[in-house]
Design a protein around this ligand. Structure first.
Ligand SMILES: NC(=O)c1ccc[n+]([C@@H]2O[C@H](COP(=O)([O-])OP(=O)(O)OC[C@H]3O[C@@H](n4cnc5c(N)ncnc54)[C@H](O)[C@@H]3O)[C@@H](O)[C@H]2O)c1
Length: 349
């Protein structure tokens, strides 16, 4: 296949490396507004072609697909251009900057019968897939709450706030694990440096079945932390993505209320302190898996695991979080009638 990658900044080079290594890619063209970035890419990967204006690629009949790794607000116009010119499109997270534009791209891809995929990388990690198996097996019991923390110092983004920058991975992971959309979202945050761009925020996802998920995101933290805790009625699980050896730990811990008691003195919570188990997880690069999945979906005409609707679901939560931020944390309902497709409904059942 012949592919183009638009955007060779911080993340683009990871995509370039993976597509360069793929046996199925016979030509890779890299595009960036910044010639210095292109010179650097060319020195690392001499076989690639480079150019500064992606519009030169639109009319190329032999180009199969395009990968977009530019800042979030430019995803929509670039993707629209390429879908309109019959190219398959992979877009880095978040799919676009609004539900309206995400829906427009989904419709355009359907009309053109082209693949539209979003880079929800965590859905391709062995750790998240292991956790999904554990959750679905019922080992943790009923999930009571999920807490995720994704913080570090920087990188401050000029066009999107910390929720749009850091929360997409946690949101997509939570939706993937639960197979549910929250009914409503609350978000509170603060902009300390740029007046309109929040650099720290807490987002709460409220699900119909009582599950609650808290997401803490910050560009203003001394430590880099990537941790998710899932508390179930039977066991508790901690996923630490920074850990190299034991990323997942399952704690056989819990609390039980005695079934019978007559007096207040008899009433005592029973705490269980059991074993801690760390399951083995397969080692592979999730981004490689994701890139190969995109190529597979094009060749076999399959719907990607993280398709346009998956991107739209995440964007719908980000958009609701933004509205909530502007209204001091008020709960914003998620309109889910537009954002479920057949595959999602099947996966949920
Ligand atoms: N999947 C992941 O884990 C992950 C991690 C980091 C970033 N990302 C995503 O990747 C995307 C890019 O983020 P980044 O941190 O690399 O940003 P960045 O600002 O470092 O790089 C963006 C690059 O795009 C180029 N660019 C902008 N507009 C362009 C245009 N019209 N034509 C050609 N080039 C253009 C810029 O010159 C820049 O080099 C974002 O959507 C971000 O959310 C994903």
């Amino acid at each position: 296949m012949k592919l183009a990658i638009i955007g060779c900044g911080y993340w683009g080079p990871n995509l370039i490396r993976n597509f360069c290594q793929s046996k199925r890619v016979i030509e890779l063209i890299c595009c960036d507004l910044d010639q210095k970035r292109l010179d650097r890419m060319k020195s690392l990967y001499p076989t690639i072609a480079v150019l500064t204006n992606y519009e030169e690629l639109l009319e190329r009949q032999d180009l199969d697909a395009v990968v977009i790794a530019t800042p979030a607000k430019s995803h929509y116009p670039i993707a629209k251009d390429f879908l309109s010119h019959d190219k398959h499109v992979f877009i880095e997270k978040p799919l676009t900057h609004s539900c309206e534009t995400s829906l427009e791209l989904i419709k355009l891809a359907e009309e053109k019968k082209k693949i539209l995929m979003v880079g929800h990388t965590f859905e391709y990690t062995s750790a998240v897939n292991k956790i999904k198996t554990i959750v679905e097996s019922g080992e943790l019991g009923k999930i009571l709450y999920i807490h995720s923390i994704r913080v570090n110092l920087g990188l401050f983004q000029p066009d999107i706030n910390v929720v749009w920058d850091l929360a997409p991975h946690d949101i997509s992971t939570i939706l993937y694990l639960t197979g549910e959309l929250p009914a409503s979202v609350n978000c509170q945050g603060k902009a300390h440096f740029n007046l309109n761009i929040e650099d720290v925020a807490t987002t709460t996802l409220n699900f119909k079945n009582g599950l609650i998920a808290f997401l803490h995101t910050s560009w203003l933290d001394p430590n880099k932390i990537r941790k998710t805790t899932i508390v179930g009625t039977r066991k508790m699980l901690v996923y630490d993505d920074i850990e190299t050896q034991e990323k997942i730990k399952i704690y056989d811990k819990g609390v039980e209320v005695p079934p019978y008691y007559d007096t207040y003195e008899e009433f005592q919570y029973a705490y269980r302190y059991g074993n801690i188990f760390s399951p083995r997880i397969e080692e592979y690069e999730p981004l490689k898996m994701e890139c190969e999945h995109f190529l597979d979906c094009i060749l076999k005409k399959r719907t990607p695991l993280t398709d346009g609707y998956s991107g739209l679901r995440v964007v719908s939560i980000l958009e609701a979080a933004n509205k909530s931020l502007q209204q001091s944390g008020k709960a914003i309902q998620i309109q889910n009638h537009k954002i479920t497709n057949k595959k999602y409904t099947q996966r949920r059942s």
